[in-house]
Design a protein around this ligand. Structure first.
Ligand code: TMP
Length: 211
């Protein structure tokens, strides 16, 4: 089963996904935890280029092609083989980030982005996507106070991040079968408890659908 986590900056995704992976492994499940951009050796090189704050002159089209290139490598090298081996793949961001950040945030054409996504993923889509939702200013403040390293996109205006969040809300509303939204502006343990419940419920449904 392919599960992705999405959210605006400072939603706590990265630490929540680590806790979720540990929990699922304690249940005896085989889990591959990964992230985008990155997840492969080539993808990590692309990630470094994308996030480098020195690359301020990068155009929006260059940016989206690099995210797509990282994704193409990731799907082929890591995600598809893991799914074929019956593993659960937990991915910190996937193609929905491109629609939210490059589509809603940078205003690139959404239909072009869907085509690009299809090329990069070969049509692979997550079974479940969880949106860890948080108010943009709260999230950015959290990120700064957490001492996280600031990447090139973190430096964008608050209005950019607000469009990204609106994009996520639109994506979740358009596909309620795949998306579950969790309020991330709560204590870590409460968010984690909700994540575990949602994932276990969906895993049971998914396994039942296979028999
Ligand atoms: P993160 O791993 O710390 O969340 O950083 C990834 C950054 O890259 C984040 O700012 C969102 C951005 N991003 C895009 O703009 N488009 C994409 O397709 C992906 C995967 C990430």
């Amino acid at each position: 089963m392919f599960i992705t986590l999405e959210g605006p900056e400072g939603s706590g995704k990265s630490s929540q996904i680590g806790l979720l992976t540990a929990y699922l492994r304690e249940q005896g499940l085989a889990v591959v935890q990964t992230r985008e951009p990155g997840g492969t050796r080539i993808g990590d090189q692309i990630r470094a280029c994308l996030h480098d704050v020195a690359n301020g002159e990068m155009t929006a089209v260059t940016e989206v092609l690099l995210y797509a290139a990282s994704r193409a490598q990731h799907v082929e090298e890591l995600i598809r083989p893991a799914l074929a081996a019956g593993k659960i793949v937990l991915c910190d961001r996937f193609a929905d980030s491109t629609i939210a950040y490059q589509g809603y945030g940078r205003a690139l054409n959404l239909s072009d982005l869907h085509t690009l996504t299809r090329i990069a993923t070969g049509g692979l889509s997550p079974h479940l996507t969880i949106l860890l939702d948080i108010d943009v200013e709260r999230g950015l403040a959290r990120r700064q106070s957490g001492g996280d390293e600031m990447n090139r996109l973190d430096l964008e205006a608050v209005s950019f991040h607000q469009r990204v969040r609106q994009g996520y809300h639109a994506l979740a509303a358009n596909d309620p079968q795949r998306w579950v939204t969790i309020n991330a502006d709560r204590p870590k343990t409460n968010v984690q408890a909700d994540l575990q419940r949602v994932v276990m419920d969906h895993l049971r449904q998914y396994q039942a659908s296979l028999v």
